[in-house]
Design a protein around this ligand. Structure first.
Ligand code: KIV
Ligand code: ZN
Length: 390
């Protein structure tokens, strides 16, 4: 892995699947895992094997079919979780155990009724035990976003000594500001002894709408893995959206950070996940929403028809969307109407367009969106139809 490469850790099938009421069956998970592997994700977090027999079965089945990606299973810092995860992952070409424990004072005091020292010991023991099964062990410091940096650095040093290969720094509650999260990663890079032996990973939640910004700030400050889900799905307000971080790195080449993702597959896989989970993607969702490449105001349409780049920073084909959409509404101008009419076979002169445009506006005031049939109807009913058709 080069220093400019950011590993994409997809957790659609684990953290993403924690969306209430959106449980997938093993067959659906296998289809998604195969597509994630084709998409080029580096790691697929396939589930939490000890949590249910169904999850165990899915992780085991995914381990058997994934060809390229590392397959990962989640555990708590509990021996039985780790043993069960290792068993579920035993057919994976490259298995990873993802173990960890809460490190914020709130988790230590209220969840574990324990002490910082005890948590350090448990973290060390969990990683050591996971290492007895697999080489690749990722450690998560749950609620790292609200963990003080000095203690977090001690946690990181401890688990590196136990053999952790990846250090996951989750902003579990989606609380951090981008500057804060970036500074946390920088602090760990500069203050953890042995940090060169491990990769720092960003795992950000979206409670304040900052998951994507925080993950990007994390990699700018030295992290080299982002944990994310397709469409940003996940518990509460969701996780970092895979398609967003990937396209941000692609569209900002001067950051000198890249991923192995085949971006032309992004739209297709977004649809697959949304259909399988029965979760509708908001139309204005960045990159994959139905309106992400649709233009409806006259000024924008005129610009896009002259040159797409006037109002689009991404070529829709780069993310698997066939073309930008020029949506006809009462706010559309003559350029958009001429463009859409031409697409269905009418080359209108300037004078003809003036006439048809008046009828179009009357029609558009009654109907929200004008489709190709409506354009045919407007032209066929106009007094200049014979002239246009001759
Ligand atoms: O958000 C979180 O802290 C997690 C961990 C279990 C990795 O999902
Ligand atoms: Zn999470």
């Amino acid at each position: 892995m080069s220093d400019t490469n950011v590993q994409i850790f997809d957790t659609t099938l684990r953290d993403g699947e924690q969306v209430p009421g959106c449980k997938l069956n093993t067959e659906q998970k296998l289809i998604i895992a195969e597509q994630l592997d084709n998409l080029g994700v580096d790691i697929i977090e396939a589930g939490f094997p000890v949590s249910s027999p169904g999850d165990f079965k899915s992780v085991e089945a995914i381990s058997k079919i994934v060809k390229n990606a590392t397959v990962c299973g989640l555990t708590r810092s509990v021996e039985n979780d780790i043993k069960v995860a290792a068993e579920a992952l035993k057919h994976a070409k490259t298995p990873r155990i993802h173990t960890g424990i809460g490190t914020s004072d709130s988790h230590i005091k209220y969840k574990f009724r324990s002490t910082r020292e005890d948590v350090l010991e448990r973290a060390y023991a969990a990683v050591k035990y996971a290492k007895s099964f697999v080489e690749d062990v990722e450690f998560y410091a749950e609620d790292a976003g609200r963990t003080d940096n000095e203690y977090l650095a001690r946690v990181c040093e401890t688990v590196i000594k136990a053999g952790a290969t990846v250090l996951n720094i989750p902003d579990t509650t989606g609380y951090c500001l981008p500057s804060e999260y970036g500074a946390k990663i920088k602090y760990l890079k500069e203050n953890v002894k042995g940090i060169d032996k491990a990769i720092l990973s960003c795992h950000c939640h979206n409670d304040l709408g900052l998951a994507t910004a925080n993950s990007i700030e994390g990699v700018i400050n030295g992290a080299r893995q982002i944990e994310c889900t397709i469409n940003g799905i996940g518990e509460r307000a969701g996780n970092t959206a895979l398609e967003e971080v990937v396209m941000i790195l692609k569209q900002h080449p001067y950051l000198n950070l890249d991923t192995n993702i085949k971006t032309e597959m992004l739209y297709g896989i977004s649809q697959l996940v949304s259909d399988s989970m029965g979760i509708y993607t908001q139309p204005n969702k960045a990159i994959v929403g139905a309106n992400a490449f649709a233009h409806s105001s006259g000024i924008h349409q005129d610009g896009v028809i002259k040159n797409r780049e006037t109002y689009e920073i991404i070529d829709p084909k780069d993310v698997g969307v066939t073309e930008s959409a020029i949506v006809l509404t009462a706010r559309s101008g003559r350029a958009a109407l001429a463009y859409r009419a031409k697409n269905i076979g009418y080359e209108l002169t300037k004078l003809q367009l003036d006439v048809i445009y008046q009828s179009f506006l009357e029609f558009a005031d009654k109907k929200k969106e004008i489709d190709d049939n409506d354009i045919h109807q407007i032209i066929e009913n106009s007094k200049i139809y014979k002239e246009i058709n001759s």
